[in-house]
Design a protein around this ligand. Sequence first.
Ligand SMILES: [Zn+2]
Length: 164
Amino acid sequence: MVNSQFSIINSQLNKMRTISLIILHCSATRINARYTAAQCRFDHMHHRGWKDIGYHYYVEQDGSIHRGRPEAEVGAHCKHHNQHSIGICYEGGLDAQGHAADTRTPAQKEALLELLTDLHRRFPMALILGHRDLSPDLNGNGLIEPNEYLKQCPCFDANQEYRF
Ligand SMILES: [Zn+2]
């Protein structure tokens, strides 16, 4: 009996969610500043009161990929879309004046491509989008246009760049 109970618990723990979206974010950090994965986790836990960092992956300026929440757990990164998505954040997204800009370093681009290639292989049906692409379609023309973006995040066209 004990064994079968354990195997039930175990299979629930290992149950992977259905992933229909892979959503990219920026940390909205100026290019001349730092905001590490550890800082982000600390802020999400101690300032927002979450149990862990909201993202599943965090890519720092130097291209290092940091694991956040386990993929099987729902993240906290995109209102209305957390249930079936994986959230990835890169450190940056603002120029030195604080304006939205694609600040990804070559190392970050390489790391993001590597990470997304792996995720696409494991979740081939999932769409890869930027946070801003999930803004409401205000004029109902089926496209999320720049004037409809709730925010600029992730400050580049993720859907265009990551088509596998
Ligand atoms: Zn975002």
